[in-house]
Write a new protein. Sequence first.
Length: 308
Amino acid sequence: MWHPAADDRVLASVCVDVRAGRYRYAYEALAETRSDFALRAHRSLVLASEAAGTDLVERWLAEEPTPEAALMWARVAVQRALRAADALDERAEALERIALTACDRAAVLAPEDPTPWVAKLAMARLHRLREPAPQGLLTAPPGPWRLFAHILSLDPWHREAHHRFLSCFFTRYGGSVNAAWDVAAFLSQRAPADSALRLLPLVALVESYNPTQLLADRIWEQPQWRSTALSIYHNWLPEAARYRFTPVLDLAYLAHALVMAQCEFEARAVFTAMGPYASRMPWSAFGDPVEQLSRARRACGLPVPRPD
């Protein structure tokens, strides 16, 4: 199953309602996450992808201007702005101004919620903010460090914030391979051993993958990367079972790294933890995601579920 809601049945049901133009259950699904920022980020992002092509959030905000309505407006506005910028749409600047306004309004209505600030961070790559890096990074890459620091003051281990921040240093957004690796290592090393943030170096490694390089597929077999994947397997995987929803994307990065490192026994356990759910990344970085994921599962002696 490739749906981003995975086994969050409340979210999956609400997605159907949002597609039908109804927001009542979306409000309830988000209101119950006011003290669970990880779940709030996950649900609001998935719901925004369903609502971005409609006027649902504008109607919702006009009729019931709650913090949840404002948050959804911010999420949707940011998605529209990023899509326009990536498509070189002439409306991109106007949509970005709308998105910034939406993020600010959501932050005012819920000052303890990091999610509006994370939404704003998603747009940081559009302007290559050049704030100096803190001590401890070899490459000292400039970036949106102040905005990131504010988010960490609200939630020190916010998963999406770390991934959004890391993406600012990807080569496709004007960064470099060395800077991305440096930032990923810096952020992961300061996180607890059982945190999903320990996966950040694996994300940077996939992002830097270049199939034209000699022995590109053998990088994961190097002792540094194999030990990284095995450490995450031993320390984080047991924690994943306690999540309120299956962290499919994080599990996929770990499974991929273990398969590439020829640790099929450990990868099998990760695939088992994923259940029938799947994400397109990291598999799509190497070809057709269905084909790549199927090949990886077969390498671990697992059956390939029929796509849903």
